[in-house]
Design a protein around this ligand. Structure first.
Ligand code: AMP
Ligand code: GLY
Length: 421
């Protein structure tokens, strides 16, 4: 099967690797220097939907897999399907669940899906009354896409108010912050749940846990994700059953009812509370990164047939088993603020030689001599094993082989799982 993976980051490198591993002929568009070492890349601007359709036709593509959220929210999947090209990724109407947090919260309220209480604020004048309706400082969320930076988990009412003002004034995120959601803070353990779906049936991937803060022990600012592992032990069979019946199934049914059936991967960010009840923190309309890197590397069966079946409406429900796997992200100096580019990366070959290990390129470029940093998250170092400790030891051994100036990494990936065992 000829598959085109759309995007240029670590997620797309991981997806391309898996599709090829599962037997596909893969082209990545636009891809990157690092991805281009292993897969054919084709230049294209994902904002130009007609150009993507033309490229897919020219290559005889039988399945498009769209990686990032922005093209999905912009309707790229609709354009491909209108051209009769099978596409793994939701149309714009379904992708709004990620594109607008207000839409997501209102959707959950309409369909009785468990989530934190919230108040939508559209004008500064409404802010004080809205804040006063919370007993504890609320979480402040910009409505629109903000590259993973639109959420402030405030420690005080003052901090919440400042974050809310920065959004509403347009200073923080421009139009994406023109309205905000104030949300009750949930307490518990987070899990990233991925349901591959054709809009009706779902194939559930192994539960993953992400490490969102830059610093060890979950300190410092939020990032796109500094590491991940699968499977997350907090998500046991009981939690899974509840999450499916109370969250995944009603979400898919609600979207069908509203005439915006979801085709692709529904990524539900869950908080599992002390009573083992799952609550929705957020919906995303694509694979999480770095979670997907650990997922594709660990999966003990092919993923391509599920993605292809989802795109053509022929999915059979099921679960995908995984070996324990982990990703340690190597980030550039300055991340999650403005990252420094151009630092020379050394040790890639030594890292790749560690058994059961794989490096995915997220933000690198090749200058003709070697790879250099070219983004916030630079590399994802993945490893799998018979046990999570073994997978983690391999990932850290490989990460230890890589060097670039200012390199940042978390040393405690998987700590929550290790503490349970
Ligand atoms: P989001 O972009 O909605 O995933 O939010 C980013 C991160 O903020 C989440 O992964 C959580 O760690 C945190 N967060 C968001 N909403 C809440 C909430 N209601 N309670 C606690 N933490 C939250
Ligand atoms: N790692 C979380 C995300 O991709 O949104």
């Amino acid at each position: 099967m000829r598959v085109m993976v759309l995007g240029n980051g670590g997620r797309e490198h991981a997806l391309a690797w898996r599709m090829a591993h599962d037997g596909a002929q893969v082209v990545v568009a636009p891809g990157s220097d690092g991805i281009g070492r292993e897969h054919e890349c084709a230049a294209v601007d994902l904002r130009d939907h007609a150009a993507v359709v033309t490229l897919a036709r020219a290559r005889g593509i039988e399945l498009c897999v769209i990686g990032p959220e922005q093209p999905l929210v912009d309707g790229l999947a609709d354009a491909l399907r209108a051209a009769a090209i099978p596409c793994f990724g939701p149309g714009a109407a379904a992708a709004r669940l990620e594109g607008s947090k207000v839409d997501a919260k209102q959707f959950m309220a309409r369909h009785g899906i468990p989530t934190a209480r919230c108040v939508v604020v559209r004008e500064l004048g409404e802010l004080s009354a809205a804040l006063a309706s919370f007993e504890l400082p609320p979480v402040v969320k910009a409505d629109g896409l903000a590259a993973g930076k639109g959420v402030v988990v405030a420690q005080s009412f003052d901090e919440a108010e400042q974050a809310a003002r920065a959004c509403l004034s347009g200073a923080a995120f421009g139009a994406a912050g023109a309205q905000i959601v104030l949300e009750q803070r949930l307490v518990g353990e987070e899990v990233s749940l991925f349901a591959v779906t054709d809009g009706h049936e779902a194939v559930v991937l192994a539960p993953a846990q992400d490490h969102k803060r830059i610093g060890d022990g979950d300190t410092g600012p939020n990032t796109g994700g500094m590491g991940a592992y699968v499977p997350a032990p907090v998500f046991d069979a009981d939690v899974r059953a509840t999450a499916l019946s109370r969250i995944v199934e009603p979400t898919l049914a609600g979207l069908r009812q509203e005439g915006r059936a979801f085709v692709g991967v529904l990524f539900v960010g869950l908080m599992i509370d002390a009573q083992s009840q799952p609550w929705v923190i957020e919906y995303n309309c694509r694979f999480g990164d770095p979670e997907v890197q650990a997922l594709v590397w660990g999966a003990s069966e092919p993923l391509l047939p599920h993605l292809a079946a989802a795109a053509t409406g022929a999915l059979r429900p099921g679960v995908v088993a995984t070996r324990p796997a982990a990703t340690v992200v190597l980030a550039a100096a300055g991340y999650p603020g403005t990252p420094r580019a151009g630092d020379a990366i050394e040790g890639l070959q030594a890292a790749a030689a560690v058994p059961e290990t794989k490096l995915f390129h997220a933000g690198t470029r090749h200058d003709g001599h070697g790879f250099r940093t070219a983004g916030g998250r630079v590399l994802g170092v993945c490893a799998r094993g018979d046990t999570l400790p073994q997978a983690l030891a391999r990932a850290y051994e490989a990460a230890g082989c890589v060097h670039f100036d200012g390199m940042q990494l978390r040393r405690d990936v998987g700590a929550r799982a290790l503490a349970r065992s």
